[in-house]
Design a protein around this ligand. Sequence first.
Ligand code: GUN
Length: 283
Amino acid sequence: MATILNGKKLKEKILTELKKKLDGCEKKPSLAVILVGDNPASQIYVNNKRKTAEIIGIKSNVIKYPKTVTEDELLNKIHELNKDENTNAILVQLPLPEHISKENVINIIDPRKDVDGFTPYNFGKLFSGEKPYVYPCTPKGILLLLEEYNINLEGKHVVIVGRSNIVGKPMLQMMLNQNATVTICHSYTKNLSEITKTADVLISAVGENIIEEKMLKTGCVVVDVGIFKDSTGRTRGDVDFENVSKIASYISPVPGGVGPMTIASLMLNTIELFEKQNTKTPL
Ligand code: GUN
């Protein structure tokens, strides 16, 4: 039976340390979150981010717009937040409505305030093998979780299913930084099972229940990034947890695995940006 990669527990440990650190600071970091429209999942994520920030002493400012907002209105708000000395970190919750270019919006965030690490500057730094100002939250949280359980990645075959900018692509580079051998699979991949069968570490970030026990080798480490509600309203991940947990060595549950680690990383990144801005650390 697999050991559970308990993200909820590690998140609490990280937050306790961060709260202690911020309790001793007179000036507090501040995080601005832009939420557009009424996507129910985004509303829940943003609410969790806001509540967690407040618990540990990060000031949070959630700016909500209807789905009819224009791109110019969003761009103006970001310009304003870029200039605002009391805003240390900016997050634009994705997805955005179709009439708004995600790239145009993300591209103008000041890289020093880019808490997701999604701007071309930070993404480019990451892929050139240099240090970005901060690392993207979900891959960072996954690495912290694997580190907590002493899972060494050097020379391991890491198979990532999903090629999004939020998870798959930055995870690829961050796994290369750990000296892993990395394969990315996606919806056009042929013979997915043949590839996943060779994984020492499988990371799935698709949002569909696709990973079955027969697709994996015994002893594989399984990280489930997917989260969605099935037709019965139950929260599910990408992985058939019940059966895969019988053959995996480690497995992250949904909920309680990667999700809490994304939030913990967001808090870590907000504080890191605050400190770098205060010490005028160059980009
Ligand atoms: N939507 C889903 N995950 C994320 C994330 O990590 N950052 C942002 N900005 N939006 C998301």
